[in-house]
Design a protein around this ligand. Structure first.
Ligand SMILES: [Fe+2]
Ligand SMILES: [Fe+2]
Length: 275
């Protein structure tokens, strides 16, 4: 990151009062260890996602410029801040080698081939990803028992909402160019929603779990029960209305239709994302 890029960050690691963390409020919480560690893994991996997206949007200087000069650095900063939090509270955890195992697995499935078939549809899918992170960090800020973690989650949530707005604006530009119907957009939103639920979080949680339980099985037993436990925790605080508003926005529905859809869709989304 050069000096200009560093200046353009909305906040920096030095702004987070890591010295004021009270480990006694959080150190005994295994669920938070797994959630915060898994989040740090996925966020730091954003450099790989950025490379894929920059390749996919080659020739679009505005999108490429924003992705590599702003978005990537902000996402990686989320990861670095969460990593620092983990290491302050659980200093015995070997973050680097656990991340290396996560990276070895996740980088195999995070490729350009995984992207949507058109640039407009991929922008719609990126809106789903940012919706997922914005709502997750809002939930984390609500259930975090420790003030510094709460502050960090709120800062990240604000960044994710801003990212959503950028991707949404790029989406509207490509929608004009590609003149795709609502059903094509709907399909992209649903596909990415299904992927948000299953991929990143589970792989990241698994590697965090395995580092503490060598020899554990991924498909049964303790890992599955930890996975259900953290899912229940997030679900209890999940801002479903916020998720639905962000999810249906790219469909450009009449405001009356959107507001009629919000209550039933909220329940479905809440259950679907965090089964
Ligand atoms: Fe992020
Ligand atoms: Fe983001």
């Amino acid at each position: 990151m050069n000096a200009n890029q560093e200046r353009s960050l909305p906040w920096r690691l030095e702004d987070i009062p890591f010295d004021r963390i009270d480990p006694s409020l959080v150190r005994h919480r295994d669920d938070l260890f797994y959630l915060v560690t898994a989040s740090s893994f996925v966020e730091i991996l954003s450099d790989l996602t950025t490379r894929n997206l920059v390749t996919y949007y080659a020739g679009d200087a505005e999108v490429g410029g924003w992705l590599s000069s702003h978005w990537e650095h902000e996402e990686v900063q989320h990861g670095n801040a969460l990593r620092e939090y983990v290491l302050r509270v659980w200093p015995e955890f070997d973050w680097d080698s656990t991340y290396a195992r996560f990276f070895a697995e996740y980088s195999q499935i995070c490729t350009v081939d995984e992207l949507e078939p058109t640039r407009c549809l991929e922008m719609a899918a990126r809106c789903v990803v940012e919706m997922g992170t914005a709502t997750y960090y809002r939930a984390l800020a609500e259930f975090a028992p420790e003030p510094v973690l709460r502050e960090l989650a709120l800062r990240i949530k604000d960044d994710e909402i801003r990212h959503y707005k950028h991707f949404y604006r790029f989406f509207t530009v490509y929608r004009e160019r590609e003149s795709l119907g609502r059903w094509r957009v709907f399909g992209a939103l649903m596909r990415r929603l299904a992927a948000v639920r299953s991929d990143d979080a589970e792989i990241a949680l698994w590697h965090a779990f395995e580092s503490r339980h060598p020899g554990a099985r991924r498909d049964t037993g303790e890992f599955r029960s930890m996975f259900s436990q953290v899912s229940r925790l997030v679900r209890r605080h999940f801002p479903a209305d916020m998720a639905i508003k962000m999810l249906v926005k790219p469909l450009d529905l009449h405001p009356i239709v959107s507001s009629a859809l919000i209550p039933p869709l909220s329940q479905v989304t809440e259950r679907w994302i965090l089964r």
